[in-house]
Write a protein that binds this ligand. Sequence first.
Ligand SMILES: Nc1ncnc2c1ncn2[C@@H]1O[C@H](COP(=O)(O)OP(=O)(O)OP(=O)(O)O)[C@@H](O)[C@H]1O
Ligand SMILES: [Mg+2]
Length: 284
Amino acid sequence: MDGTVDGIAESAVDGPVGGAAAAIELKGVSHSYRGRLALGPIDLTIEAGEFVTVVGPSGCGKSTLLRAIAGFTAPTAGGITASGVPVDGPDPSRGFVFQQSRLFPWLTVAANVGFGLRRRPKAERVARVDELLALTGLADAARLRPYELSGGMRQRAAIARALAPGPRVLLMDEPFAALDAFTRERMQDEVRDLWRRTGTTVVFITHSVDEAVYLGTRILALSGSPGRVVLDERSELPALDHPRTDPRFGVSRERLAEVVRSAAEGAGDLVGDPGRGRTLAAEA
Ligand SMILES: Nc1ncnc2c1ncn2[C@@H]1O[C@H](COP(=O)(O)OP(=O)(O)OP(=O)(O)O)[C@@H](O)[C@H]1O
Ligand SMILES: [Mg+2]
């Protein structure tokens, strides 16, 4: 990692095995809590640079899925690899952003962002933190503590902290759910911009169909518990300059809303091509 924003992009596209391995691969992954199946089985291949949004009814196992990819919990069946390497615990190559920012309240914004870099030489750490604060619009907030920030600023700091070690994959679990509608739209634009500039692979969980369609180059819908993939489709909308005004936006949103509704009612018939993805708007 050379400590530049471009460095993130390079690390995001070059796997350790020559870029041949998928960014994330799940094979037969399922998870049970106390013997009760909560997720899966799931087979899924995510390529480097994809922005995957995941929607599904409450309690269907979305967080369980993301935590397994992060390596916070081991799935009770199946296996997960990241760039071809088995996931057997958390790793700086996979950044995580929670619904609540979970910043360290006693540290400044700059120290929070630099937390994952504390073993790096000071000059490198300072330069990297400055760059990320600028990238996330927090340069003026470097010396503030989390309680002095707005909700949107807190989530931006959490995103900067997750990006600091130059992760290949950014895992986001409803990162904007606690924000007001206006801030949320702004944060969506910012994260979309960030993804376009860095090329980092993103897996983003949301309850908002609108958000899923706006951000996802690939959209997954999970069934009700135990969550299985009932829709897996590609979308070209995030590559456009103004996705919201494109007629395909409303069409995709309506269709996804329908899939999520029937998934919540337990009637989630398979749509698309689970594991690889197809085009959402083209189907509509
Ligand atoms: N640590 C745990 N111990 C026992 N059961 C759990 C644990 N974590 C989650 N569960 C159960 O597993 C199921 C899936 O939970 P999970 O948090 O993954 O769902 P989710 O899709 O993220 O829900 P939400 O949309 O409400 O955040 C739920 O029934 C939940 O009660
Ligand atoms: Mg959850």
